[in-house]
Write a protein that binds this ligand. Structure first.
Ligand code: IFM
Length: 499
């Protein structure tokens, strides 16, 4: 399930708001764009970034590594899915993907060539622990060690996301994330990584988009293991929240240089109208979609993401869990792809206080005022600014790492062999201008990772969505840096956008 399909499928869901109607009205009058959502050329020309700003790229293990069963790697739930007919568009799989397992030196050379200073990659749990627990697969661990050494050699900071959705199938067979035991299995995996790589990696994100993979895997059934039981989804999210706290402590114990945050998927949620019901829907949806796996870490408590009381029993909450979950994150990871509109979908029915479904009685829509990427998502750079300012206010000026932003543009090499992806350049230029504005207004952002270094395996969409700043010919594995990649490299060197 890619992001667009998820959002399309979410058109009718259930409800809470990032920005109250009043605040949005005040913010809307702050700029006067030429076309809806577009940033002015003057703002782009004025944007400046600090010299030590960390410009980077992001990928994830399953989407780029390939080598799905090489050197003792175990099977993941995504291997199982991709090997099941009918699950992935065009029958694709990621057995080879971008073959980064064998070509990481080439990929690092590309990043070096375009002045990158940070690479956010993820580790494959079944590559290091083929069945999720027990004996370490030394060859798998050695791969990450070589990758990290090569990054450092190129002057690029290794940023490790420990888990980006590729759960060992053997652990799914034990019940998957709803099984609370996974929290400690996961913390053991994190400790192995920190003990072996923590002398060189200083930036760790335990999870990528925790709310998304627990909801889509166990609640909506849109991603592996395709379960559709809301209580299972709540249990899965609770295990993950316990795991975040446990991993934080394990990593810190193993590596004194470690900084630990988390990479959250955020969508700024705007109420569709200024009605009280729509504003309440937006607030409730924000509480689930954006901060359900963050509030337990910051405060040890769950946000009000439900119509009725928080269903502690259904999620398997035990006394003392609040202390396990709560840890002082060193920084906050932020992905931004699009904004969402929320409205009340109760249709006059009384509030269903018995529902455990955070999405009950809420309708979520993609906004459609701005131009669209080839993946169908609206480009709305302003949402990025709003989001960063909201986080800056709500979490008291946290250090922020932008962990992903990107768009699908399907440009391919022309007769001259180059990829002239001007629309992607426009996309990044505008989003980065809004980032610079947020930083000027107080957001403490220290790094930006474009999604993605390479065109890669886009989950259920297979290879049909190109997010890369480098073009990959999947038949030959030839890489071609796109015009956007060269442009991004000039931005990184100059710290400005009019390059
Ligand atoms: O490719 C994904 C990535 O794995 C997680 N964030 C969104 C990207 C684009 O859909």
């Amino acid at each position: 399930m890619d992001r667009r399909s998820f959002l399309k499928n979410s058109l009718i869901v259930g409800g809470g708001a990032l920005l109250a109607g009043k605040k949005i009205a005040a913010l809307e009058s702050a700029t006067q764009p030429q076309i809806p959502g577009e940033v002015s050329p003057a703002q782009i020309a004025a944007a400046r970034f600090p010299k030590d700003f960390l410009w980077g790229m992001a990928t994830s293990a399953y989407q780029v590594e390939g080598a799905w069963n090489t050197d003792g790697k175990g099977e993941s739930i995504w291997d199982r899915t991709a090997h099941t007919p009918g699950k992935i568009r065009d029958g694709a799989n990621a057995d080879v993907a971008c073959d980064q397992y064998h070509r990481y030196n080439e990929d690092i050379a590309i990043m070096k060539q375009i002045n990158m200073k940070s690479y956010r990659f993820s580790t494959s749990w079944p590559r290091v622990l083929p069945t999720g627990t027990g004996q370490v697969n030394q060859k798998g661990l050695d791969y990450y060690s070589r990758l990290v050494d090569a990054l450092l050699e190129a002057g690029i900071r290794p940023f490790c996301t420990i888990y980006h959705w590729d759960l060992p199938q053997a652990l799914e067979d034990k019940g998957g994330w709803p099984n609370r035991d996974l929290a400690s299995y996961y913390a053991d995996f994190a400790a192995i990584l920190a003990k072996n790589l923590g002398d060189r990696i200083t930036v760790w994100a335990p999870f990528n988009m925790p709310t998304d993979f627990t909801r889509n895997g166990y609640g909506t059934g849109w991603a592996p293991p395709f379960k559709t039981n809301i209580d299972q989804a709540l249990k899965a999210a609770h295990s993950v929240n316990l795991a975040q706290g446990m991993a934080f402590r394990a990593i810190k114990a193993a590596s004194s240089n470690a900084t630990v945050g988390c990479a959250y998927g955020w969508e700024p949620v705007y109420p569709k109208s200024n009605s009280e019901a729509d504003r309440a829907a937006a607030t409730r949806f924000h509480n689930y979609n954006n901060i359900y796996c963050l509030e337990p870490i910051f405060h040890g408590t769950y946000p009000k993401a439900f119509i009725g009381e928080i269903p502690y029993e259904a999620m398997g909450f035990k006394p003392g869990d609040e202390k396990i979950m709560k840890v002082p994150l060193d920084w906050l990871g932020v992905h931004y792809y699009c904004r969402l509109l929320a409205s009340d979908a109760s249709n006059g029915a009384p509030p269903d206080v018995s529902s455990h479904d955070p999405l009950a009685q809420i309708r979520i829509e993609l906004a459609g005022d701005g131009p669209k990427t080839d993946g169908g998502l609206e480009m709305w750079p302003r949402g990025f600014y709003d989001l960063l300012m909201q986080l800056t206010r709500d979490y008291d000026h946290p250090i922020i790492e932008i962990t992903e932003t990107g768009g699908v543009f399907m440009d391919s090499p022309g007769a001259d062999g180059h990829v002239h992806d001007q629309r992607r350049i426009g996309f990044y230029r505008q989003h980065l201008a809004e980032l610079a504005r947020a930083m000027k207004d107080g957001a403490r952002v220290r790094a930006y990772h474009a999604w993605s270094l390479l065109d890669n395996f886009e989950w259920g969409s297979g290879y049909t969505q190109r997010y890369g700043l480098t073009y990959v010919d999947f038949a030959t594995q030839k890489r071609t840096i796109k015009d956007s990649g060269y442009w991004y490299g000039r931005v990184a060197a100059a710290g400005r956008l009019d390059v």
